[in-house]
Design a protein around this ligand. Structure first.
Ligand code: GLN
Length: 465
């Protein structure tokens, strides 16, 4: 795209398509507001940027000047950030247009987007099902063809899992590849902004645009932006590990068939495929659900009715600060967020710290060692299913948090170890998308994307298996 007229056409078309988002409750920003802003942004966008005129939707836990940032929570209803997240600043610098804020589980806690205070997002192919979560709104918009790409966030799989459920590409970069400045903190040692795309290339070029150093985030690596690889002719020279722990006996048979087909294709493409073992995998979900709530309980202490969002004084007037906290937090946080705060403060409390939090940190180190052992033995990439089943029914896991948590079993390991990972569509089972996951070595996203490009061309991703 080259001139302002084209950016304007793109903005108008995106605004028209966004009306579809209403049907599945994917967007939290009012349509009129997005349309107006898109047209303004198109007029002001940087011509010549690599994403010039590209509409990109942004998860509601990433700060933007344009729209409110509520994190899917009542406690931040109407909150407007005074600054853009660095990823958003970089998108704008590349000429992209911010196409509104997307629905998500409250503070990104969940795997189905049912924990949003603003109602659940529906799966774009089947309204009775969930789109995955917590970045379900972003995934649904991309899957429905409303926007070519969107930002999500990952603490424990929240981009890859919904990408898998919705049949699109979702990438979680290496921890520290993308600045977290302006990403509302959930679990700071795990959080990374990730991207959704209709294709590997769209997701890759948005990731490339938002990656790279940022003086505002001390945990962000001092590195140049990611450079995209070219589409390879074959995968000759690649050694791909298939970890047996990711193929348990109770894996959905359709998911297994889709993965078997990919393994066959990887071999046909010239890769060496080898079975490997990551022996501590079964401890990843319990480890994650100690560390993430611990960090969340600390990060969420800032929502007290004093600094951000609506304030309820609890009837005691300004002088009674405890009543103010109680009333604001009591009304502002939903059930899942409270559960996390309670679990988090419990595992960090003096009597239980050693038994839970310290133990979880030790398990985290063992998980990292598992991956190192495999990569040290010449494996370049791992291939696994992204999720144990295709998209589940709305309400199915809502009453049983542990079942909900278990749907993260194959994705949370990459967050705990900081490794780059992505999901791409590898087939359909009874019409529902199935995702396959690639996990790479730290900061070697280019290798992972190379394999993804090859698979994207070779795998019949919308066919039944
Ligand atoms: N489903 C996980 C959780 O509920 C992951 C969330 C995320 O990645 N933001 O914590």
């Amino acid at each position: 795209m080259s001139d302002a007229a084209e950016a304007l056409t793109s903005a108008k078309a995106a605004a028209d398509r966004l009306t579809k988002a209403k049907r599945f409750n994917a967007l939290l920003t009012p349509l009129k507001e997005v349309r107006k802003s898109l047209l303004q942004q198109a007029a002001a966008a940087h011509p010549g940027g690599v994403l010039y005129g590209m509409p990109v939707a942004v998860k509601d836990n990433i700060c933007t000047l344009e729209f409110t940032t509520s994190c899917g929570s009542k406690i931040l209803q109407g909150y407007r950030s005074p600054f853009d997240a660095t990823a958003v600043t970089k998108l704008k610098a590349a000429g992209a247009l911010i196409a509104g804020k997307t629905n998500c589980d409250e503070f990104a806690m969940g795997s189905s987007t049912e924990h949003s205070a603003y109602g659940r997002t529906l799966h774009p192919l089947d309204k009775t099902r969930v789109p995955g979560g917590s970045s379900g709104g972003s995934a649904a918009l991309v899957a429905a063809g409303v926007v070519p790409a969107a930002l999500g966030s990952e603490t424990g799989g929240s981009v890859r899992q919904p990408a898998s459920f919705c049949g699109i590409v979702g990438i979680k970069p290496t921890y520290a590849r993308v600045s977290r400045y302006g990403l509302v903190a959930f679990g700071s040692s795990l959080d990374q902004i990730g991207v959704f795309g209709r294709s590997v290339h769209d997701a890759g070029r948005v990731l490339s645009a938002i990656s790279g150093r940022d003086p505002k985030d001390a945990t962000c690596e001092d590195r140049d932006p990611l450079r995209l690889p070219t589409v390879p002719e074959s995968l000759q020279g690649f050694v791909i590990g298939v970890p047996r722990e990711y193929f348990p006996a109770d894996l959905d048979p359709g998911v297994r068939r889709a993965c078997d087909r990919v393994i066959k294709i990887l071999r046909e493409l010239g890769a060496v495929v080898r079975e490997v073992s990551l022996p501590h995998t079964a401890s990843a979900v319990p480890c994650y659900y100690v560390i993430a709530p611990a960090e969340a309980s600390s990060n969420l202490a800032r929502y007290d009715g004093v600094r951000y969002g609506p304030r309820l004084d609890g009837g005691g007037g300004e002088a009674d600060v405890r009543a103010l906290y109680r009333a604001t937090r009591g009304a502002g946080f939903g059930a899942e967020v409270r559960r996390r705060i309670l679990v988090g403060t419990y595992v960090l409390s003096a009597g239980y710290y050693d038994a839970y939090y310290r133990k979880a940190q030790q398990v985290r180190a063992l998980l990292a060692q598992d991956f190192r052992n495999v990569f040290d033995r010449g494996v370049d990439l791992l291939f696994t299913p992204t999720t144990p089943t295709p998209a589940f029914k709305a309400g199915e896991k809502l009453g049983d948090p542990v079942q909900m948590y278990l749907s993260d079993v194959f994705v949370c390991t990459a967050n705990l170890t900081g490794l780059p990972a992505m999901s791409l569509p590898i087939g359909r089972v009874k019409g529902l998308p199935v995702g396959g996951q690639l996990i790479g070595r730290a900061f070697l996203e280019d290798e992972m994307l190379e394999a993804a490009y090859a698979l994207e061309r070779a795998v019949p991703s919308v066919e039944e298996v």
